[in-house]
Write a protein that binds this ligand. Structure first.
Ligand code: SF4
Length: 317
């Protein structure tokens, strides 16, 4: 059985949503394609157009709105690019983009207009970028990003991990991925086995935004990652109608810490074209954080940050 919905009409029918949503969704998906795993879709409440998981993946006419300040490259990826697929924004860390593909297309994605065409996407073609990393011994951490790096097959990942581990000054490997959340089976024994053998300190940074994303199946997948000593950190984006209420966020953070998932960042929305309807003002985000501090232990509070073009670190809010 196909793992994904890529036909938005089929998806709308499956969720028993009003059929007038179809034409608007089809129009919006011309700009940024529609894609969602069937596993993620199965956690969406049927007939509920406000379901927080649905809102993250369903293209809407709001994406066609243009608004001042919303641009194609909100975080300055273009300027940070040393070479196609190799970005450096912060000291000691580089971002290796190895694919443009994801298992789910989040409508607010800050890279929804990123030019992935030039990015090298095979172990062989990435070699040029790895040599550049090798030449710069101020770099001690490689962050795999995309797209989603776990779209690669285990065999290819294994070759890449081994190659990165050969670079003497690289101490840590960070994997930014949403795959455990949207296709928990991707965290298979082959992947766990190869992760357990990598001669680097590994951090898994997942991305989830609301309670129903962390299903029992997902929690099980994350446990498998942690079973080989890899910490799991979660980053989320503050999204209107999805996680911008104190009650929802409190429940979600509690769910994370009760399952050994470390809340990491709460990102202020990056102002990318097509995402205007997800925007939450900073003043509201700050109130949210200060209320959460009264309700939860300090380690449950994510760092509320904004990524500013050209800055040498994320900007605390
Ligand atoms: S999984 Fe990440 S990179 Fe892929 S569309 Fe969602 S936010 Fe963007």
């Amino acid at each position: 059985m196909e793992k994904y919905f890529t036909d938005v009409s089929e998806f709308v029918d499956y969720l028993e949503l009003p059929s007038e949503l179809k034409s608007r969704a089809e129009q919006a998906s011309q700009k940024f394609s529609f894609k969602v795993t069937k596993e993620f879709a199965s956690r969406i409440e049927k007939g509920n157009p406000k379901d927080p998981l649905l809102l993250q993946v369903l293209p809407t006419e709001s994406e066609l709105l243009e608004k001042k300040g919303f641009v194609s490259d909100p975080v300055g990826d273009r300027n940070a690019s040393k070479r196609a697929g190799l970005l450096q924004k912060y000291k000691g860390r580089v971002l290796l983009v190895i694919t443009g593909s994801c298992a789910i297309n989040c409508r607010y994605c800050f890279r929804r207009e990123f030019n992935y065409k030039q990015v090298p996407k095979t172990t062989e073609s990435i070699e040029g970028n790895l040599r550049l990393i090798e030449e710069d011994n101020s770099v001690e951490e490689v962050i795999l990003s995309g797209g989603d790096p776990l779209m690669w097959k285990n065999m290819e990942l294994e070759k890449l991990f081994k190659r990165i581990a050969k670079i003497k000054h690289i101490k840590r490997l960070r994997i930014h991925t949403r795959l455990p959340i949207v296709n928990a089976k991707r965290i298979d024994s082959g992947l766990i086995n190869l992760l357990s053998k990598v001669n680097l300190v590994i951090y898994f940074v997942i991305h989830s935004n609301s309670c129903n994303e962390l299903s029992p199946l997902v929690i099980g997948a994350l446990k498998r990652i942690k079973s080989v000593g890899i910490p799991v950190l979660n980053q989320m984006v503050l999204l209107k109608g999805i996680n911008d209420s104190v009650e929802e966020m409190e429940k979600f953070l509690r769910l994370q810490i009760n399952n050994h998932i470390q809340p990491y960042y709460l990102h202020q929305l990056d102002k990318v074209n097509g995402a205007t309807h997800f925007f939450v003002p900073v003043s509201k985000g700050r109130k949210l954080i200060s209320e959460l501090r009264k309700r939860l232990p300090g380690y449950a509070i994510p760092k509320y940050v904004y990524e500013k073009k050209g800055f040498t670190s994320k900007f605390p809010l």
